[in-house]
Design a protein around this ligand. Structure first.
Ligand SMILES: Cc1ncc(COP(=O)(O)O)c(C=O)c1O
Length: 404
């Protein structure tokens, strides 16, 4: 009998540092401990009722495939009721500029696959959303990191981006608001980065799935979008999703938005290979577009309170961090040498009065070896009294921890 062999790609596929501790956390739970999950961006906020009702009321005789690029009426509604609030004074987005995808994740995959070939490079600013690396690996593409630092609030130095460009660089992928950094790029910063992309013939994949979640601006303000940058039309690819906007991560509906017809065509062809995004979930996502502004005001106010509670609580135990401007993550430096080991130990061996904590080690959010080894990411997706308990668990855990 001959043996089967996996591809190099399969063998080397990086596991997600966000989900890596899931098995240990499950075991802890099975052993009767109450695990607080701050490792994953799964909000506890209620999904808008209108969206849930749309699922309840779905009543077709046949649950059919959707078109590969999504339902026309959903794309039209997205363009007219949502994106035209985002574009500033730039030309309108139409249904034709949108390809509906299975979450923002698939939009990322399609965007990256549309603009790279194996061996090409994509620029990322580290620490970055770790799945950029996962998808780059799948496509045989290198992620070239530009390192950003907490002391600068993770602001990006355009000169460093320009210096990192090589003959193999095809584009840049950046989240704003950032995960795990919370960095919100200003309109001017987006213009500067877009200008670099323009000068070097690079695509700019701008991941805007946290657009609603900004905390140092009047309620109702959206994070600046690449769609509003003058002239950045052919190079701009926007990643979007209903997951965080409506606290509907399980809906698995996202989209790719671009005025570049060739990119859209490539994304559509990739979409045809996987047939279609989910039918009922698009129906619910369409209903979600009617969500009143008061919902978002309440949600943003709640997250801002959580952010402040987490930042001041950490300060109280001697960990100084600047408040992130957006999204709902915080990169936290810890007095440990190996945050992988610490995070695993914390969830699998430590408990405080029957409770423990799951956080994501930050090493997997960097490409540069050694960075993130003393940091974890904490997602403030829990209510404030629980966050306070989490800080307590972290404090006592740090006191009890003996490095392996
Ligand atoms: C920055 C960023 N982009 C994209 C995604 C993809 O989310 P989804 O596939 O649920 O839309 C996430 C999820 O956490 C994220 O944090």
């Amino acid at each position: 009998m001959t043996t089967t062999t996996l591809s190099r790609r399969g063998v080397d596929a990086p596991s997600s540092p966000i989900r890596a501790l899931a098995a240990a956390a499950r075991k802890a739970q099975e052993a009767g401990r109450n695990v607080h999950y701050m490792n994953i961006g799964q909000p506890d906020i209620a999904t808008p009722r209108g969206m849930i009702e749309a699922y309840r009321n779905y009543d077709e005789k046949v649950l059919a495939y959707a078109p590969s690029d999504g339902f026309q009426d959903y794309r039209e509604a997205l363009a007219s009721t949502y994106y035209n609030r985002v574009i500033g004074d730039q030309p309108p987005i139409t249904a034709d500029d949108i390809v509906v995808t299975v979450g923002g994740s698939e939009a990322l995959l399609f965007a990256m696959a549309s603009i790279t070939d194996p061996g090409d490079e994509l620029l990322v600013c580290e620490p970055y959303y770790t799945n950029y690396h996962g998808y780059a690996h799948l496509l045989g593409v290198e992620t070239s990191p530009v390192t950003t630092h907490a002391k600068d609030d993770y602001r990006i130095d355009p000169a460093k981006i320009e210096a990192a460009i090589t003959g193999k660089t095809r584009g840049l992928v950046l989240p704003t608001p950032g995960n795990p950094t919370g960095l919100v790029l200003s309109h001017e910063e987006l213009c500067d980065i877009a200008a670099i992309c323009d000068r070097h013939g690079l695509f700019f994949i701008c991941d805007e799935v946290y657009r609603e979640f900004i905390y140092d601006a009047p309620l109702g303000t959206l994070a600046p979008s690449l769609l509003a940058v003058p002239g950045a039309h052919d190079q701009a690819i926007i990643i979007d999703s209903v997951s965080k906007r409506y606290s509907a991560c399980g809906a698995r509906v996202g989209c790719l938005v671009t005025r570049n017809r060739e990119v859209r065509k490539a994304a559509l062809h990739f979409g045809q290979a996987r047939l279609s995004p989910a039918t009922v979930d698009q129906h619910a996502a369409m209903a979600a577009l009617q969500t009143p502004q008061t919902y978002f005001n309440d949600v943003v106010t709640e997250y801002k309170g959580r952010r402040d509670t987490l930042v001041s609580g950490l300060k109280g135990i001697g960990i100084d961090v600047n408040p992130p401007q957006g999204a709902f993550y915080l990169a936290v430096p810890l007095p440990v040498d190996d945050s992988d080991h610490f995070a695993h130990w914390l969830v699998s061996e430590f408990d405080l009065d029957g409770e423990t904590l799951c956080v994501a080690p930050l090493g997997g959010f960097y490409s540069t070896d050694g960075l993130g080894k003393n940091e974890v990411r904490m997602a403030y997706v829990l209510e404030q009294p629980i966050l306070k308990r989490c800080i307590n668990i972290l404090e006592e855990g740090l006191k009890a921890y003996k490095p392996g």
